[in-house]
Design a protein around this ligand. Structure first.
Ligand code: GUN
Ligand code: FE
Length: 452
């Protein structure tokens, strides 16, 4: 499906990350997007009077190509990458605070996800969910679906139809959940997964927007046959991403040890079943031992840091994320919507900052708090690395897909800290990150297509 759009050009401020510590601000930048949605050219410091000549030199007819001139207070930045998101929890976000993780799953979540048995409900709810995330600038999401193969296909179709880039997984779970909400057996779960993978291969054969992802919910909800079957699938298709929850809560880890006494820790467990690969996305990673860390480093796994869920489901928990980045592990941010009460990556960046301050205090300064530039990196390029998509998205470079946000910081209806005459571009960006919201995200582009 080589969808073509009209070529597009922007002139103005462009902000993106080159690395965790390098934020690049390009003023008077001319950024040109080709008809296939990839970035054709990036020229910095171009006077407005030179734009037409440069566009001609790039093979465009200035009167024909649409050029968006960004005013002061407006800028382009990469779209946000949400590395951990439960799409069927869209309508239960924030419900059940004060419960432990496992109680919250039993008492709130499973009953809610069970509704996705009904394809009509799935269609309605997933359309609302994907629209909601897109409106808030999430151009790529790694979604857990419900246990239902049919509803998970609908989720993938919805992402494709609405133009959002996504990893979509049918959730595998055949035990420790009520019989009205679990896969009947390992064989059934695997059969549905195969069927789901076939469907996605037909839907988007080149994975232009939608990629299937193996999704064992966590070891508690999968028996050995199911984990082994998923491991076989991962070995047969090394390009398949995998996602699961990892060392998320003490209660969860204790129950996992009880179910799998043969393994010293979760890393050994997932490693045994062939589920730790460079395509694996491990959500939370709060209580990771030194031995586990070494294994994650060796396997080059990615980490989805979910600071909102970590501090509001069960106790307040602080993941040692600075250490992960120091060791060169891939790290991104996740809303974990609806365990995370917010579906906004701006909120997630803010909470990552808050939690990193707690960590700084806890470690007497050994793990310094994130800078805002680092939070922004985690929400964009870091997330793209975790999803195995950094060759394609995460920042702006010639040949990459144009997945971007057009941010307008002076919006009548907004509540962002007002931009003042003497604010530098960096201050404007900082005000947006700390006080802006979806009203400031004027347009959202995925693969060059405007979807908000
Ligand atoms: N562990 C297993 N399932 C879930 C879930 O839905 N949300 C979170 N945060 N953790 C989980
Ligand atoms: Fe989760």
């Amino acid at each position: 499906m080589a969808q073509e759009t009209s070529p597009l050009a922007f002139h103005g401020t462009v902000i993106h990350s080159l690395s965790p510590s390098e934020l690049e601000i390009l003023e008077d930048c001319l950024l040109v997007v080709a008809g296939d949605g990839t970035i054709q050219a990036i020229h910095k410091s171009v006077p407005r009077s030179d734009v037409d000549a440069l566009l001609s030199a790039l093979g465009h007819t200035p009167d024909v190509i649409s050029v968006r001139y960004l005013d002061r207070g407006q800028f382009l930045c990469p779209g946000f990458v949400d590395t951990h998101n439960h799409a069927p929890q869209w309508a239960q976000r924030g419900v059940g605070r004060g419960q432990s993780l496992l109680d919250w799953l039993e008492e709130v979540t499973f009953a809610h996800e069970a509704k996705f048995e009904d394809p009509g409900y799935a269609r309605r709810m997933y359309a609302a969910c994907v629209r909601g995330f897109v409106r808030q600038g999430i151009t790529t999401a790694a979604y857990y679906g419900s246990k239902h193969g049919e509803a998970s296909k609908i989720l993938a179709e919805t992402c494709l139809a609405l133009g959002q880039r996504a990893l979509v997984g049918k959730c595998n779970m055949n035990r420790n959940a009520p019989d009205w909400y679990r896969d009947a057996s390992a064989a059934d779960s695997l059969r549905e997964t195969h069927d789901f993978l076939d469907h996605l291969r037909r839907l988007d054969p080149e994975r232009r927007l939608v990629t299937p992802v193996l999704t064992p919910r966590f070891a508690i909800s999968c028996d050995r046959d199911l984990l082994a079957g998923l491991g076989d699938l991962a070995r047969a298709h090394p390009d398949l991403p995998i996602q699961t929850h990892f060392d998320e809560a003490e209660q969860e880890m204790a129950f996992t040890r009880q179910l799998f006494p043969e393994f010293p820790h979760e890393a050994a467990l997932y490693e045994h079943f062939g589920l730790l690969t460079e395509r694996t996305i491990l959500a939370h990673c709060i209580f990771v031992s030194e031995e586990e860390l070494r294994l994650l480093e060796e396997r080059r796994c990615g980490i989805a840091h979910c600071p909102i869920a970590n501090t509001t489901v069960g106790p307040f928990m602080v993941a040692p994320v600075r250490e992960y980045l120091r060791r060169g592990l891939k790290v991104g941010l996740g809303t974990d919507s609806g365990g995370g009460y917010s579906s906004s990556m701006l909120d997630v960046m803010r909470q990552a900052f808050v939690v990193s301050l707690a960590r700084q205090t806890q470690t007497h300064g050994r793990d310094p708090a994130w800078t805002l530039a680092e939070c922004f990196f985690l929400a964009t390029l870091g997330g793209a690395q975790v999803c195995g998509l950094d060759a394609k998205i995460g920042n702006f470079a010639v040949g990459k897909a144009f997945d971007a946000l057009e941010v307008h910081t002076t919006v009548e209806t907004g509540i962002m800290a007002p931009v003042e005459e003497d604010d530098s571009t960096e201050v404007v960006w900082e005000k947006f990150l700390m006080t802006g919201d979806d009203r400031n995200i004027a347009r959202v582009y995925v693969q060059g297509r405007s979807i908000k």
